[in-house]
Design a protein around this ligand. Structure first.
Ligand code: ADP
Length: 320
């Protein structure tokens, strides 16, 4: 058995399975491992285990470990709206959770500087992300989706003062964090068409955008503007979601349409964009959201509405 074969046999099974090469020269053991799909903690664990066994082996004075990781093909789905209060954050959180339920590896970026609410929606409030080699590590949630929020980087109440370069560099820290194996990043943008949206378009090139609107004409005019921003930035609009679409009576379950019906679908068609579906105005959605339990993680019609949306988005991603 050669020296390097002897060293190989000392490695833990996972390191043996992932070994690309191991050389020993002048007492220096150089190990190259395939770390594709591992997150930072798994990489650190594997590196430490390899160093521990090899450093104790005869003839080894130094151990060098290199991890080769293919960057996963990670695609950004930007979620925008023309104005605030239409349920963009609610749709972002539940789209991310529903995509994870469909088996996708998903991360959620809360880029809404004006009202970062994802930690509350995913029940991670008060947990701060750690950093490793200057890279943020997303906070895991109970719903299979890691989350990073502008709210983690700014002091509460100071958000409004964030403009231009500061907002842009904060967005960069969130998007370029250690997302591990995540293949889809859902990004909850601030409402409107400001600095964060422009940085998103120019620097991070989303694969596509989902626009959220309520059914009222006024909200739709703003949503149209948001869609046009993505059109101009040459980011494909995946489609328009109509939120708070029909009111579900909490007593009898009857569905009525206080804000009208069909406007969003017609507007999407007029602009040549897809209509991704309706999410009803439902007290259960607000209550679950406030409690940090995304309705998409549960059962029943609320979850089904978000799963239907996620299926359309997943199919769009698969075909583009
Ligand atoms: P935005 O991100 O557009 O400002 P939010 O997602 O924060 O909007 O939603 C605003 C409020 O409306 C929140 O209290 C949220 O729980 C509630 N909400 C959003 N969508 C629905 C819905 N489909 N049914 C009931 N309440 C909703």
């Amino acid at each position: 058995m050669s020296d390097s074969d002897a060293l190989k046999s000392l490695l833990p099974p996972l390191a043996q399975a992932r070994l690309q090469s191991l050389r020993l020269a002048d007492g220096v053991a150089t190990v190259i491992l395939d770390a594709a799909g591992f997150d930072g903690i798994e990489r650190d664990g594997l590196e430490a285990a390899v160093k521990e066994v090899l450093a104790a082996a005869p003839g080894v004075s130094e151990v060098r470990v290199a991890m080769m990781a293919d960057k996963p093909r990670r695609r950004i789905v930007a979620v925008g709206s023309g104005k605030g209060g239409v349920g963009k954050s609610t749709v972002s959180a539940n789209l991310a959770v529903a995509l994870a339920r469909l088996g996708r590896k998903v991360g959620l970026v809360d880029a809404d500087i004006y009202g970062p609410s994802q930690p509350r929606l995913l029940g991670t409030e008060g947990k701060r992300p750690e950093a490793r080699e200057k890279q943020l590590i997303p906070v895991p949630s109970a719903f299979g989706v890691g989350v990073l929020s502008m709210g983690n980087l700014i002091e509460p109440g100071k958000a409004i003062a964030w403009r231009g370069p500061m907002a842009g560099s904060a967005l960069g820290q969130l998007v370029d964090a250690d997302w591990g194996a995540a293949e889809i990043l859902v990004v909850d943008l601030p409402p409107g068409t400001g600095d964060v949206q422009l940085t998103m378009l120019q620097k991070h090139k989303p694969a596509g955008a989902v626009i959220v609107s309520t059914p009222q004409d006024l909200a739709l005019i703003d949503a149209t503007r948001a869609m046009q921003l993505f059109d101009v930035g040459q980011v494909p609009v995946i489609g328009l979601v109509e939120n708070m679409a029909g009111y579900v009576c909490p007593h009898c379950g009857e569905v009525s349409d206080p804000f009208g019906r069909g406007g969003a679908e017609a507007e999407a068609a007029r602009l040549g964009h897809a209509f991704l579906g309706r999410i009803p105005l439902d007290l259960a959605i607000r209550q679950a959201s406030d409690a940090g339990i995304p309705p998409a993680a549960g059962d029943g019609p609320q979850a089904e509405a978000f799963l239907a949306l996620a299926r359309r988005v997943a199919t769009w991603l698969d075909n583009s």
